[in-house]
Design a protein around this ligand. Structure first.
Ligand code: CA2
Length: 169
């Protein structure tokens, strides 16, 4: 069964910069084509579907007593709207921006504006792949980056975020 595109209906309004609504602790975003995980290219991205990864994140979030919101979009503008809305609504962002990692100055700008800790995740080791994947705009806004550890990267990022939030609180 495919992962729901958004597990929390907060956000998505036309006025993305409106007053922040409380959303949870950690917003977990996945970008374009990641809805196809487990269906195509398992040798590169593994067998787990995005729905499997969401379930793993929800289980770890429960253990860590964190409220998470797991969303996927194929659209750059929608990802940017969600990042803008995260300011004041969440305490951290985990993002696998997919192909936008290597192209989107706009998504990087939105992440910088939130002033939230950002954890960048990639399933594959982008440094063992084509050279165009070696540069990440998202990294310029990221506190930390996890790549090459497959689906576990998402839950490891969640643990890193929890650790940092505990230390800060
Ligand atoms: O390794 C990652 O997680 C990536 O962010 C995945 C992106 C890629 O553009 C980045 O360089 C690295 C691609 C996501 C596409 O996902 C697919 C899943 C199944 C089948 C085809 C594509």
């Amino acid at each position: 069964m495919p992962a729901p595109q958004r597990s929390n209906p907060a956000g998505g309004s036309a006025n993305a910069a409106a007053a922040p609504q409380r959303g949870g602790d950690v917003l977990i975003l996945s970008g374009p084509n990641l809805n196809l995980l487990g269906v195509r290219e398992p040798k590169v991205y593994g067998k787990a579907t995005l729905a499997d990864i969401e379930l793993d994140c929800l289980a770890v979030a429960k253990e860590l007593k964190l409220a998470v919101d797991f969303r996927q979009s194929n659209h750059e503008g929608e990802l940017i709207d969600w990042v803008q809305q995260a300011r004041g609504a969440f305490r951290a962002i985990i993002i696998n921006a997919g192909g936008y990692t290597h192209t989107s100055v706009a998504l990087m700008d939105a992440l910088l504006v939130t002033e939230l800790p950002v954890y960048e995740v990639h399933l594959s080791n982008i440094f063992r792949r084509e050279s165009f994947r070696h540069h990440s705009y998202i990294s310029l806004a990221a506190t930390g980056v996890i790549c090459g550890l497959g689906a576990a990267g998402y839950t490891l990022a969640l643990r890193a975020a929890a650790h940092a939030l505990q230390t800060k609180a």
